[in-house]
Write a protein that binds this ligand. Structure first.
Ligand code: NAI
Length: 466
């Protein structure tokens, strides 16, 4: 008999799990309270990248004049930009709906509340109760707010609101120098907004390789973004021109003015009001606790993606969804949490996979690094990126690739080669002997592999790379 699977949440975790479950022969139901596609498609990855694409072109056109391209009277049509973003989102959401229907997945609109370990109530236009053999919770995450005085003032926004501002703001203070902070700093500084980043730690993008993070910061500084490091937000005050963020550094209190203040200090698992307590599903500080197959303490209930907070990335959620469904339906899934690329859509982009140098040394691994600056790569120079860098981390003895980090144009696509190499347990020699086309940015990966043994072709020996 067909197993009946109910999936709570239609984001990239939930809808991918639904399609995989249908492929494996289950009867699948998906419950979504808002719009299919979740945060990623509606108010996250896709709309941000749609806006960043135009920002990148806007930038490029202005920077290409010394290369012979003169565009007179370049101007920004903000409402048209917003409309384009909406069109792309709508098309993708329709696409998800179409795919689910094509796989025979039944879609329910409404809020899912667990009644017991097998029953879920859908509170929508009409309330129904569904019964399942297997439940997959994929309820995502919500922005976490710092509860400082003034945090509810008009003009204090999260990333969702930052995607739909009525016009390009004159100034923007971003609290948090993480992924969201860097992407919105790139976006708005490209359009002329005066951006100030307030970051608690001494490094932006603390989880990222420090050499790459340093280059991103230098690039954004070129775009006139100000950084206040080791700085904590204490209070927000309304002013006649907008808002003022009261920020504390080592011995001093500062006031930073902004038309808006964007809170980008992380997201938290969305697990409230779902009936988890009633069923006895174990959580830890709001996150659903799962095992290696994403099963909760109740074996036929799984939790994937942001709601388990293991790795808050859309592609991690999709991979977890596939693994959970395969396991639940008696297959042997493959999911390697050590090889999940993370991508940052700054201008230019940055991406990383596997270990950073800091992690390799903390784990006592004997490693070697290979660095290749993209200023020595033809394609990179043509694209106007002199500050790019590719860094590989390899096991000292075997040469196996343990991590890769890239800053430069299309880094988010290039990182796939390093991820594949890691998945195949490839060594630096195998990267070197893979012939990379010329002229491409990917040649830099082979050069970084050569640099592990000090043999890069297009970088002089002994010249230090910082
Ligand atoms: P994040 O965790 O990446 O960064 C938050 C930053 O805020 C950290 O650097 C932290 O030190 C700082 N911070 C925390 N409290 C602070 C305070 N009181 N004052 C000053 N600084 C403070 O979180 P973010 O950027 O909000 O992103 C949320 C999630 O969304 C992340 O898991 C991220 O991976 C994901 N995301 C992924 C994207 C991508 O893959 N391209 C794009 C956007 C978000």
């Amino acid at each position: 008999m067909k197993k009946r699977i109910i999936i709570v949440g239609g984001g990239p975790g939930g809808y991918v799990a639904a399609i995989r479950a249908a492929q494996l022969g289950a009867e699948v139901h998906i419950i979504e309270k808002e719009t299919l596609g979740g945060t990623c498609l509606n108010v996250g990855c896709i709309p941000t990248k749609a806006l960043l694409h135009t920002a990148k072109l806007y930038h490029a056109v202005q920077e290409e004049s010394h290369k012979g391209l003169h565009v007179d009277n370049i101007s920004l049509d903000w409402p048209a930009l917003m409309a384009n973003k909406v069109t792309i989102v709508k098309r993708l959401v329709q696409g998800v709906k179409g795919l689910l229907k094509a796989h025979g997945v039944q879609i329910h609109n409404g809020r899912a509340i667990l009644q017991d370990a097998h029953k879920i109530q859908v509170e929508g236009d009409k309330s129904v109760t569904l019964e399942a053999d297997i439940i997959i919770l994929a309820s995502g995450s919500v922005p976490s707010k710092i509860p400082v005085p003034g945090a509810t003032c008009n003009g204090v926004i999260d990333s969702t609101a930052a995607l739909s501002l009525p016009k390009v703001p004159k100034s923007l203070v971003i609290i948090g120098g993480g992924v969201i902070g860097m992407e919105f700093a790139s976006l708005y500084s490209s359009f002329g907004t005066k951006v100030t980043i307030v970051e608690m730690l001494p490094q932006i993008l603390p989880m990222m390789d420090s050499q790459i993070a340093k280059r991103i910061r230098e690039k954004l500084t070129e775009y006139k973004v100000d950084f206040m490091m080791e700085a904590g937000l204490k209070e927000i005050l309304p002013t006649s021109e907008g808002l003022s963020a009261v920020v504390q550094t080592a011995h001093k209190s500062h006031e930073v003015a902004g038309e808006y203040i964007l809170m980008a200090t992380g997201r938290k698992a969305n697990t409230n009001n779902m009936g988890l307590e009633k069923v006895g599903i174990q959580t830890e500080r709001g996150k659903i606790v799962v095992n290696e197959y994403f099963a909760t303490n109740i074996p036929h209930i799984y939790a994937i993606g942001d709601c388990n907070a293991q790795m808050m990335l859309a592609h991690a959620a999709s991979a977890q969804g596939i693994a959970a469904v395969e396991y639940a339906l008696g297959h042997r899934p493959f999911y390697n949490p050590k090889i999940i690329p993370s991508c940052i859509y700054t201008i230019p982009e940055a991406a990383g996979v596997g270990l950073t140098e800091k992690e390799a040394s903390a784990q006592g691994i004997a490693y070697k690094i290979g660095l290749f600056p993209l200023m020595a790569n033809g394609k990179s120079l043509i694209e106007g990126c002199e500050s790019g860098l590719i860094k590989l981390i390899a096991d000292k003895k075997s040469g196996e690739i343990l991590g890769g980090h890239i800053f430069g144009p299309r880094a988010t696509d290039l990182i796939a080669e390093v991820a594949l190499a890691m998945n195949l347990e490839a060594t630096v020699d195998e990267l070197i002997t893979t012939i990379h086309a010329h002229p491409t940015m990917s040649e830099g990966i082979a050069e970084a592999a050569l640099a592990v043994s000090g043999n890069a072709i297009h970088w002089p020996p002994g010249v230090k790379i910082i």
